[in-house]
Design a protein around this ligand. Sequence first.
Ligand code: UD1
Ligand code: UDP
Length: 366
Amino acid sequence: MAVKIMTVVGARPQFIKAAVVSHVLESIEGVGEEIVHTGQHYDANMSQTFFDELDIPEPKVNLGVSGGSHGQMTARMLEALESEMVARRPDAVLLYGDTNSTLAAALAAAKLHIPIVHVEAGARTHSATNPEEINRICTDHVATKLLACTKDNLENLQKENLGARAEFSGDPMYDAFVHYSSAAQQPALVSILDGEAVELPAEFYYVTCHREENAGTEEALGGLLDALCALDAPAVYPVHPRNRAAVRQRVEGGGDFSNVLFVEPVGYLESVYLVNHAKQVVTDSGGLQREAFYAGVKCTTVLDFEVWPETMVDGRNILAKPSRESILAAMSVPQSVDEGYQPFGDGKAAERIASCVVELAERQQL
Ligand code: UD1
Ligand code: UDP
């Protein structure tokens, strides 16, 4: 009998990770993957674009759960996912990262005794107030198999006595970056302020900022924009929907923001192009700071805590506070790139992830 794997995704970075693994699963005979989309990200440029560009199999269902408080969103997802799992009876559930979609799916599957593979296990910020840290820890503690992107993440799991269930897979984001870099394409940028086309400058900085820690306060956005306005080339800033209203309000409130190109989110192939061609990256995204590292482009991470300490070497990725001085100081530190240092694996994480989940699903059928 064919094994059935349920992959649960909901947010932009999960579509990218799932893309590379889904393509491997499709190539294995006797394996059926059903993608369930929680609906957490729903704008076309935050969701459908990724399915189209990366040729991800269409989700069997979209649960349409988004917005609200953490508790509301997670609870609504938990209820809907439990029903899907009861109806679809998967042999194993495949989960990525640390979003509310990940946590809700982990709780639903664990209570139904369905084996869970958690990809990107063991990432820790050691910040008690970081909402994703809670999602990561809870998911790791109920999952059956824990796949770590780096050796450092594997050690974190061992320290939490989860070593027996854990192994190193490498980072599927790295696989995606390696695989799709040759298909990267220059984005057609569209202003979020007036809907007009924006020309990509020859030299630019690539900026994203959306985490709760930064999107929550006016000072944080103000500090970031002050820094961007002081740069020697324009900043291309695709604005996450979470920040849209705050950015508009700030710009409409007056001041010279001409050095910042506030644009709609771009697709993944376009984002890879921007990373590869940027002078530097400034971000609070866990994915983008890794992509800057893969590309050898210097990164400044506007957060209080390290998400990927492996990248914080030789000036390559430096933490900054959301203030003009701190961001500019971090950006002015030169980096040196050791091409031989690659903590994120060999670009074959997707194959290891697929084998792991298929093996678990087959065991469940015995
Ligand atoms: C979520 C993840 C975060 C991840 C990010 C990736 C959690 C706790 N956080 O944060 O770890 O870095 O995704 O991008 O799961 N919204 C839209 N349109 C969309 C998507 C969101 O308008 O397509 C709005 C929502 O309605 C909400 C806000 O943006 O009001 C924030 O969205 P939410 O999914 O709660 O969190 P993210 O900031 O996207
Ligand atoms: N990304 C994208 N379009 C954008 C901004 C980012 O495709 O406009 C990609 C980026 O290249 C990376 C991923 O989205 O692969 C990171 O997702 P995000 O920053 O939303 O989440 P996080 O990594 O913080 O969880």
